[in-house]
Design a protein around this ligand. Structure first.
Ligand SMILES: C[C@@](CO)(OP(=O)(O)O)[C@H](O)COP(=O)(O)OP(=O)(O)OC[C@H]1O[C@@H](n2ccc(N)nc2=O)[C@H](O)[C@@H]1O
Ligand SMILES: Nc1ncnc2c1ncn2[C@@H]1O[C@H](COP(=O)(O)OP(=O)(O)O)[C@@H](O)[C@H]1O
Length: 321
């Protein structure tokens, strides 16, 4: 009898912005304790996993040239972690992963982490595993601090390394403009720069997460705008002084507030509503301070298998200058 090969599974997964990012001291394991509030945004990557005799990773779309396709690809690490967990051979998982990127690479929006989260969710479906979202999130934490949030999406409080996730009920939609920088910024360099700035002086620290949770609950973007904060912003701006100009340009264009997203260099601007976001995006694009501008809204759900009626986006053609 012929074995039936299950069809490929495609998962859509969101980028994140940190509405609040409080960084504690450097720990002995090389990480910092964090208290952060994540929000998942409608800027998404798509990841397809399929049974294949030619295993590996393919990457297309935004920043694809800068993404490794070997063992260090975070999606491939997810394949290995899940294979090991369920007793499959991690060195020969017989899986092909195709990633279509829209999330900027090394942009502070957890794009690689999102691809890893999507791979876990996709493989759980492809391999027909009985595994809960919480168990997938625990495995996700072995891949990277930001990966568990990609499993849940929505709005969530992250503590410890940022990988202990408690979902936050958030009934309101917020509108964002995102400014992608010309080059990415490696996360470890930004944490190192913050440690250096703190050894030399006293860069500003964000307040309490509770106030931000109240701002979220109010649904009023004006209230939330006053409460956004990111301890890594000073470090990202120190490494990339041009971000100061980008942040100013977004606010001058009519955003309620602008901040560096996570470790940067993407800047995120909170706007009054969807129409305002489109106006801010158009003006920011004309200001010449960044590479690309996108409009997004949040919160959106985490990594989710796309139904058969929702075909994956076609692979964008490569554009050469
Ligand atoms: C800063 C944040 C904010 O959400 O994300 P990005 O803005 O880069 O996407 C995260 O903490 C990034 O999470 P992620 O990118 O998954 O980090 P990992 O791969 O686990 O760690 C990369 C490196 O970042 C530093 N790191 C990360 C998390 C943390 N709590 N403390 C740290 O010091 C460490 O130097 C670590 O070796
Ligand atoms: N699937 C992936 N997508 C993007 N980057 C990846 C991926 N796998 C590994 N990486 C590596 O991880 C680094 C950080 O990627 P990313 O998650 O996009 O940034 P950030 O941590 O700033 O949010 C990249 O510079 C890249 O070398």
């Amino acid at each position: 009898m012929l074995a039936v090969v299950p069809p490929p599974v495609t998962v859509r997964v969101p980028a994140k912005v940190n509405l609040h990012l409080a960084v504690g001291d450097l720990r002995s394991d090389g990480y910092h304790d964090l208290v952060t509030i994540f929000q998942a945004l409608s800027l998404t990557d798509e990841v397809t996993v399929a049974i294949a005799d030619d295993p590996g990773v393919e990457v297309h779309g935004e920043g694809a040239d800068a993404v490794p396709t070997g063992a260090s690809n975070l999606a491939w690490r997810a394949v290995r972690v899940l294979a090991e967990h369920v007793g499959r051979d991690p060195d020969d998982p017989k899986v092909r992963v195709v990633i279509r990127k829209a999330i900027p690479v090394a942009g502070g929006m957890a794009g690689g982490s999102a691809d890893a989260a999507a791979t876990l969710v996709g493989l759980a479906s492809l391999w027909r595993l009985e595994i809960s979202r919480d168990d997938l999130a625990t495995l996700a934490g072995k891949i990277g601090a930001d990966v568990p949030f990609g499993i849940y999406g929505g709005t969530a409080l992250g503590t410890d390394r940022g990988d202990r996730i408690v979902p936050v009920l958030s009934r309101h939609t917020f509108h964002w403009v995102l400014a992608f920088d010309r080059r990415g910024l490696p996360t470890p360099e930004v944490f190192d720069e913050l440690d250096r700035l703190r050894a030399d002086g006293d860069p500003p620290r964000v307040g309490e997460a509770e106030a931000v949770l109240e701002g979220l609950a109010s649904g009023d973007p004006r209230q939330l705008a006053l409460l956004l904060g990111n301890d890594l912003q000073a470090a990202a701006v120190s490494l990339r002084p041009n971000l100061r100009r980008t942040l100013r340009a977004g606010v001058n264009a009519g955003a309620l507030a602008g901040m560096v997203s996570g470790s940067g260099p993407t800047c995120a601007f909170l706007c009054t509503d969807g129409d305002a976001a489109v106006r801010v995006a158009a003006e920011l694009a004309g200001a010449g301070v960044c590479r690309t501008v996108r409009v997004a809204q949040g919160p959106v759900h985490g990594a989710r298998v796309i139904g058969t009626e929702e075909a994956p986006r076609p692979i964008p053609p490569e554009v050469h200058a």
